[in-house]
Design a protein around this ligand. Structure first.
Ligand code: 5RP
Length: 328
């Protein structure tokens, strides 16, 4: 994985570029107050984008359009991140506030530079993915030709409201690129996903894609996965047995923690788009995610788990000081 020490990079690259909003070659980032003007200012904003061949400078779409950033600019009826019901999401050491919404938008918008006309795109779920999809909707309205495969019913509704052409994975089984968010981004771009409950479709879509790019605000970066409870999608049939098998398998790996059945506001079990339950496993630290993934996959009642290992090849991470890219 190519990723320099975060604080070194901030010192060497980002802070050095802070406040420079022009389109000059050395422009890599912008700091707090400048960010606010940058996301609203028309004009082109170069961003750093990594790749297997090293860091290069790419361009964000020519216009950071005002309408993309304003809730009241969304089409009537389109869901937006302020409407997301946080009560179904497990708590996981997140920060909140307007700044974080802006960071999600920055990450989503930065991902647009990887989208090309003619692509078949997997559309991830969650508020960061939705920021990307709204920005994508603007480009589609301008003439960009893509077809999207949504990872949840919610995202399908959002994309439809934005007139983004959609397909299914059965009609379009080979995708060029999936862009999706994450609950945690660990070493080697191992991810925890599924906070929004869409992990099964997200994993099916991501692994049907040549590439997956993960987009996130900086609070998602971790040294060890597991502070965010790991979502494990299970069949409702035999829940008690499956839960006991998960607990035993985890214990063999030295992992202890509550396996909470995810519930909705009403106290009823949360049901995924696929008709399954989710257990949120609070292991706190998962030092060997590969071993846990293998153990979970051997349990019959486990439909899927939220460990995405070896799937994402690029992360676009928005910090208050600018965009960081991490490649694997
Ligand atoms: C949904 C997911 C999301 O990508 C993940 O929960 C991140 O969500 P957000 O962008 O809202 O923080 O995995 O199942």
């Amino acid at each position: 994985m190519s990723r320099s020490n975060r604080s070194d990079r901030q010192n060497e690259r980002w802070i050095a570029g802070a406040g420079t909003l022009g389109a000059g070659k050395d422009w890599h980032s912008f700091a707090g107050l400048a960010m606010e003007s940058a996301v609203r200012a028309p004009g082109s904003i170069p961003v750093e984008s990594g790749g297997a061949g090293g860091i290069r400078l790419g361009e964000l779409p020519a216009k950071w359009r005002l309408g993309v950033w304003e809730t009241n600019g969304y089409p009537a009826g389109a869901p937006n991140e302020h409407q997301e019901n946080p009560s179904v999401r497990p708590k996981g050491g997140r920060v909140s506030g307007v700044g974080r919404v802006d960071l999600k938008r920055m990450a989503g918008e930065a991902a647009l530079s990887h989208v090309e006309s003619g692509m078949r795109l997997g559309l991830g779920s969650g508020s960061t993915s939705e920021a990307f999809i709204r920005a994508l909707g603007v480009r589609v309205a301008e003439g960009l030709q893509i077809v999207g495969v949504p990872t949840s019913e919610r995202v399908a509704a959002l994309a439809t409201s934005l007139s983004i052409p959609l397909s299914t994975l059965d009609e379009t089984p080979e995708l060029n690129l999936t862009i999706d968010g994450a609950d945690e981004i660990g070493p080697d771009l191992a991810l925890i996903k599924g906070g929004g409950g869409a992990l099964l479709r997200e994993k099916i879509v991501a692994t049907a894609s040549r590439r997956m790019i993960v987009i996130a605000d900086a609070s998602k970066l971790v040294d060890t996965l597991g502070a965010f409870p790991l979502p494990i999608e299970v069949a409702p049939f035999g829940l008690t047995v499956t839960r006991a098998k998960i607990a035993a398998a985890a214990e063999r790996l030295g992992l202890l923690g509550n396996l909470a059945l995810r519930k909705t506001d009403t106290g009823a079990p949360y049901i995924t788009d696929g008709g399954h339950f989710i257990l949120d496993a609070s292991f706190r630290r998962i030092p060997r995610p590969e071993a846990l993934a293998k153990a979970l996959e051997a349990i019959p009642g486990v439909v899927e788990h939220g460990l995405f290992i070896g799937i994402a090849s690029l992360a676009i991470v928005a910090h208050p000081t600018g965009i960081e890219t991490i490649t694997r």
